[in-house]
Design a binder for this molecule. Sequence first.
Ligand SMILES: *Cc1c(COP(=O)(O)O)cnc(C)c1O
Length: 481
Amino acid sequence: MRYISTRHGSQGKPAPLGFEDIMLAGLARDGGLYLPAEWPQFSTADIAALKGLSYTELAFRVMWPFVDGAFDEATFRRLIGEAYASFETPEVAPLKPLGESGLHLLELFHGPTLAFKDVALQLLGRMLDQTLTARGQHATIVGATSGDTGSAAIEAVRDRKTIDIFMLFPKGRVSEVQRRQMTTVSAPNVHNIAVQGTFDDCQDLAKACFNDLAFRDRHALTAVNSINFARVMAQIVYYFWAALKLGAPERPVAFTVPSGNFGNVYAGYAAKQMGLPISHFVVGTNSNDILARFFESGTMTTTEVVPTFSPSMDIQISSNFERLLFDLYDRNGVTLADAMTAFRSTGTLKVGANALAGVRALFDAGRVDEPGTLAAIADCRRRFGETIDPHTAVGYAVAQQHRRDLAVPMVVLATAHPAKFPDAVEKATGVRPSLPARLGDLMDRAERVDGLRNDIGELKAMIDERRAMAAAPATRSKVRT
Ligand SMILES: *Cc1c(COP(=O)(O)O)cnc(C)c1O
């Protein structure tokens, strides 16, 4: 499998890259996002042959074409097995029908940190470690989080000798559950940093580290946010999983995805490109509705971010959307690079009428405001006895507005456990959801966190110092042996 950047050709002619290269790099050097030069194809017969497989075996079959050459078969199977053994159920992603409504919840939150990000990150952490170990290399992850990504990434790489992770979060602005899921991890390679500033400040600090190329190369910086194609790859699997359970390849299925960075729904789009019979997608947004406005008008315009009950979707620019735009620009990396540069400076991007008609055939979109989110949580509990989190609630609400054909099952991706957002759920239902037993002592565990001013010099000095400290004992033991 060969990978290209969405902006390929905009800065000379780059060498074709393999899976390990794009996994380690995260973002392309030309500023674009990596994707396969061609999608692997699954015929109707190929898909029929996947029926009844376990989640891990299905994961192996669906992802194998993407990693081709990076791992041997036995190694890749082992990494998948270990990643999903960390989930509470061997089903990994249970599919639950909501009565006779034709709606189904695909529960993606049974991993260690209770959000769907575990599905991809538990595997990505292991793949990174495998590759770095084989190459005798070390990498440093620097990331910023407003909540779910930080804990999922930390949990995925804790205790790995090949990786250090520095996670920046805005002090006092993440929920207590989210903060504790990061700060109670005591592994020596995990560095939690509470920044005196906003999430945007944290993101700017992380970006500044990457933009300093000498610093970036010195520490082999890598990114595990949703622009990393390996995460998209791992998310494709559960679209196959759900569709197969609902009758694919003979019957089509629709999916509704609560969206922020467009990573999760893009994985569904990839599954469709690979041959999975998906009738359409519904993209759900909260009041930060840049995606919904795009699908209505063909114009993308940035606005201020407002805080909502579904904070993991409080974003201004959907970074993964560039991968869909790549197809809307007929896979021309040069014109797309120009359009993205113009978008950064003007805040507006418009696609032509034909392109818009094309995406609208496949995507519906809708937004849900704050009262609507609480009403959806209450409605789902009253009608079906299921308690859903505020992100899932956005999907549940828009799914019902966009059933194109009632005979086609509609799968709503349930992206977080309700106990991760207990305040909103309690507000909606009067009942406070409790944490699963394995996380029950989260509120009693000791926390470990460093404070930092919003200052790039201080951050770089901290990373330099920590890495030097970590390297010192290793050097000594090497001398001794
Ligand atoms: C990250 C996240 C989302 C948004 O996913 P994208 O891939 O960024 O669209 C939705 N719900 C929850 C709970 C999340 O953590």
